[in-house]
Design a protein around this ligand. Structure first.
Ligand code: HAM
Length: 430
């Protein structure tokens, strides 16, 4: 029997890590620049964090969540997203006692039992930024700016930002009624899913991708025409900030996003192909001022975004700039440490550790015993110097340094090796 990964999950191989690290570094540097601190939470949570937080009627909770009972009888879930968890953590650790807002970023695995297809996995990695404890519209635009910066720094050129406001508990119920009465008279023209949504969550009809629903929704009322005064003013502020920042956004009155906690601003960052066709949503987010109370906390306005590592990596990997990303590999070793015999191997390992402590990259091949094979490896990787640690050297505590270009050799006392190589590398850089 041959084992392989489960459907919809994947290994991240060493060659993928070139991209993974690149995205992580970009996310981290944007986060740090804006004063965000990293947080990580357990992959397992009480299922209620999501059924209450994300919403029991959402696709994520209803269809996609990995839920099971533990041996102790708790109903738990593999996290399908971070946002309710970040809020759970904020409440649990009394972060409201610290100066507000609290700015957090994260990166880690999430799980959704979706139908596997391009860019859709059952285990995928999400990164995100969340700001908790502030309602000012400047933060919505800061989060959008950060999302845009990540994409730009990764070299995406055809990205668009779609923005909308979906109101709050004051104006949305009223808008829902208007929407229901519009769609009710056109019920037969909707797909079966949307006919069901009409009862449970009519807003979701607006972002249905089915062609027949698209036709019906083209004439549907738009929520921005029905926002309450407070939501209207907030959205106006967000757009003014975005204009000031010269961010290329478009208003999408049908963008509602499929999670229950959103209030006011929602947005998505979309990659388009050269001919302007949407390739997929790389990041999505919005404001969620009501989530804290839903999870038993005090009133805490908040806003955030999350992006899918794999979707971004897939696009990076399929583009020409693959070579650019690859060329930014970590510093390559100029020194190769070769050893001959058990004692040299033991002492060689210790020396290797001394090089690591001195932050000098050194390549080795401790698994090989033949000097010839080791020199071949050194040659293949383009080492400038080989440090040969043979039996005689190990007994008398010295090492033979071979210059691979000139072929000349010299002996160095063991306790001087690290220092001398440090000087050599320095002179190479000057
Ligand atoms: P979301 O739109 O469900 O929002 O997911 C955010 C991003 O995660 C998506 O744009 C996509 O790139 C990635 N993603 C989602 N599902 C998958 C999947 N099955 N396979 C690969 N990538 C996927 C959220 O999760 C919210 N928590 C975002 C947020 C943060 N809102 C406020 N703060």
């Amino acid at each position: 029997m041959k084992y392989q990964t489960l459907s919809g999950v994947h290994d991240i191989l060493p060659e993928d890590f070139v991209y993974f690290n690149k995205v992580q570094k970009t996310v981290e540097s944007v986060a740090k620049y804006h004063g965000f601190s990293r947080i990580e939470t357990p992959v397992l949570e009480f299922a209620e964090v999501f059924s209450k937080g994300t919403g029991s009627g959402t696709d994520i909770v209803e269809k996609e969540m990995y839920t099971f009972r533990t041996k102790g009888g708790d109903l738990v879930a593999l996290r399908p997203e971070y946002t309710p968890v970040i809020m759970r953590s904020y409440i649990e650790h009394g972060m409201h006692n610290q100066p507000q807002p609290i700015k957090l970023w994260y990166l880690g695995p999430c799980f959704r039992h979706e139908r596997p297809q391009a860019g859709r996995y059952r285990q995928f990695n999400q990164f995100g930024f969340e700001v908790l404890g502030e309602q000012n519209a400047s933060l919505d635009s800061q989060i959008i700016q950060m999302s845009y910066d990540v994409m730009k720094e990764l070299g995406f050129k055809n990205i668009s930002i779609e923005v909308n406001s979906i109101g709050d508990s004051e104006c949305r119920p009223y808008f829902k009624k208007i929407l229901i009465s519009y769609f009710k008279s056109r019920r037969a023209a909707l797909c079966p899913d949307c006919q069901r949504r009409l009862k449970e969550n009519p807003l979701r009809i607006l972002d249905c991708k089915e062609e027949k629903c698209q036709r019906v929704k083209a004439g549907a009322p738009q929520i921005i025409d029905h926002l309450c005064e407070n939501c209207h003013a907030h959205f106006k502020d967000v757009l003014e900030f975005l204009d000031e920042l010269e961010l290329p956004y478009t208003l999408n009155p049908y963008l509602v996003r499929g999670l229950d906690y959103y209030t006011k601003t929602v947005f998505e960052i979309i990659e388009n192909s050269e001919d302007g066709k949407a390739q997929g949503t790389l990041m999505g987010g919005g404001r969620y001022d009501g989530l804290s109370k839903i999870l038993g906390g005090r009133d805490t306005p908040a806003c955030g975004v999350a992006g899918g590592m794999e979707r971004i990596i897939n696009l990076l990997g399929s583009r020409e700039d693959k070579a650019v990303v690859k060329s930014k590999k970590p510093e390559e070793a100029k020194i190769f440490l070769a050893q001959l015999g058990q004692m040299a191997k033991r002492k060689g390992m210790k020396l290797f550790e001394e090089f690591r402590a001195a932050k000098i990259p050194v390549a080795e091949s401790f698994s090989k015993d033949s000097l010839k094979a080791q020199l071949r490896s050194a040659d293949k990787m383009g080492a400038k110097w080989v440090l040969i640690f043979g039996q005689k050297e190990a007994l008398e505590d010295f090492i033979t340094l071979r210059d691979m270009e000139t072929g000349t050799q010299k002996e160095i006392k063991l306790d001087k090796v690290v220092e001398e190589m440090k000087e050599k590398i320095k002179s190479l850089k000057n």
